[in-house]
Design a protein around this ligand. Structure first.
Ligand code: ATP
Length: 469
């Protein structure tokens, strides 16, 4: 008897599950760890790569109006002056004078029901004064002390040095690790245009690493200092903005549903306070129960002509577009879809994680969409000391693994092997038994979700999986 039940998901449960099953490991663990950086294990890297592949397929491969790019992480430092990151890419921070914990000041006042989105440190200090008049005091999240510094702005840019060797890090050769991937898209807009293969409206998409010196408090892979983004910048005539913006909002919303996110777990968040260049900004938020509720997963924002105008001004290059039909000349406006791949991994794990009561025992199963599951087929010889079973199982593994990510497992009871595959979300398990080798050359195929088993002829396996995976 199967009794499906979604149990509470806590951060401790997710962290320990992800480590135990090889999804996510803390960075540099043998040296005591390294804050807010994580590594992806054998299962995590598959899940992450699958999500990225699906995104690329839907955002680039299947679209006539979007092309791909892979720009470098290091860029000319003026890029970040032009984009406003050097002067204004800050988060407000508060430090605890007693235990030295550093905290996000905006998140601390938000705990009192204040919307602190995009507030500066000064604005937050005013809010804190108001709260104090009402006898409400901010407390350190670690030691509960009220002995806190005022809020101050803290740059999120990660600095490095490049160029001629220096004996110490000097200010001379400062470069920044990119805080977002879209910078490289703006700088290559002209190069892509000059290939002559695109005309407005069109998008440039890229995925890759980004770095931010984040102030973090126990958010696992939701907020890290090194992370991956999947961004698409869509260049258009401003007259088309509203129509295209609605189309892209719908496309991105449906993308999450297509890959199995439950609709009740996502919602729109409309930014009330906008950057000076933006006309509209919405985020898709996911209900990260382990983090206490809905939080940003992807931003879908209108950016006006700010980016190209700024880079044109700072570089002295013309970044205008001349419409071949109307002969109108203008700087294209941009709308972006900007998603975090690591947050996506977290959201999909979160959504798929299920605990079921099966005959009085708890079965943990990751109900991931088959396309993103790390392993598609697990192959088991019934007994590991029976050569003929192992040999046959290896033959099947060899054949299927050139088409799908497969796992060969011969250790422990079949029941235990099923449990392990359920926990990593493997849609199908194949067992090779004595009947296979002695009688009918068929195997047992077991379905992760229904737990039903059926016999399939070995010669029909390829066709079975091409229909079901
Ligand atoms: P937040 O408000 O959560 O700090 P943001 O608004 O600064 O995020 P954007 O600059 O819009 O984020 O970045 C686009 C996407 O990149 C986000 O929706 C998120 O999925 C991802 N992202 C941003 N910062 C981080 C981070 N530190 N760790 C992991 N993913 C991130």
């Amino acid at each position: 008897m199967k009794n499906e039940e979604k149990k509470e998901i806590t951060i401790e449960k997710m962290v320990s599950f992800c480590k135990r099953r090889g999804f996510v490991f803390p960075s540099s663990e043998i040296y005591g760890g390294f804050a807010a950086v994580y590594d992806y294990g054998p299962m995590g890297v598959e899940l992450k790569n699958n999500l990225e592949r699906m995104w690329w397929k839907d955002m680039v491969q299947r679209r006539e109006d979007v092309v791909g790019l892979d720009s470098a992480i290091f860029m000319h430092p003026t890029t970040w002056e032009a984009s406003g990151h050097i002067d204004g890419f800050d988060d407000p921070q508060i430090d605890c004078r007693d235990c030295k914990t550093r905290m996000r000041a905006d998140h601390m006042v938000e705990a009192f029901g204040i919307n602190a989105d995009k507030m500066t440190a000064d604005e937050i200090n005013k809010q804190i004064e108001k709260l104090e008049k009402e006898d409400k005091k901010l407390k350190c999240i670690n030691c509960q002390s009220e002995n806190l510094t005022p809020a101050k702005n803290f740059s999120l840019m990660v600095k490095s040095n490049l160029g001629s060797p220096t004996d110490k890090l000097s200010e001379e050769n400062v470069v920044y690790l990119r805080p977002e991937t879209c910078g490289g898209i703006y700088l290559n807009y002209k190069n892509v245009m000059d290939t002559g293969r695109v005309k407005l409206p069109f998008g440039i998409a890229q995925t890759g690493k980004a770095f931010r010196n984040e102030i973090i408090a126990r958010q696992f892979i939701f907020r890290t200092r090194e992370f991956e983004q999947m961004e698409m910048q869509y260049f258009l005539n401003p007259k088309e903005m509203d129509k295209k913006y609605e189309e892209w909002k719908e496309t991105r919303w449906n993308w999450y549903l297509e890959y199995g996110i439950k609709e009740e777990n996502i919602r729109w968040y409309k930014h009330e306070k906008l950057s000076h260049y933006a006309a509209q900004a919405y985020d898709i938020e996911y209900n990260f129960e382990a983090l206490g509720g809905f939080k940003e997963l992807e931003g879908i924002h209108q950016r006006g002509d700010w980016d190209l105008s700024q880079h044109s001004k700072f570089s002295g290059q013309k970044l205008e577009y001349r419409d071949p039909i109307t002969e109108e000349t203008f700087i294209p406006h941009i709308m972006e879809t900007s998603a975090g791949l690591n947050r996506m991994v977290f959201a999909f794990l979160h959504d798929a994680y299920t605990e079921e009561d099966v005959d009085g025992e708890t079965r943990v199963v990751l109900k991931l969409d088959k396309r993103i599951a790390p392993v598609k087929v697990a192959i088991f010889p019934l007994q590991k000391n029976k050569e003929e079973l192992v040999e046959k199982a290896r033959e099947i593994y060899k054949e299927l693994s050139s088409h799908y990510m497969c796992e060969f497992d011969e250790s422990g009871s079949i029941g235990k092997r099923y449990r392990r595959q359920d926990e990593i979300g493997t849609p199908y398990c194949i067992t090779i038994d004595f009947e296979t080798v002695e009688k009918d050359d068929s195997v047992t195929v077991r379905d992760r979700d229904t737990m039903k088993q059926e016999r399939v002829k070995v010669k029909d396996l390829k066709q079975f999986f091409s229909q079901n995976l």
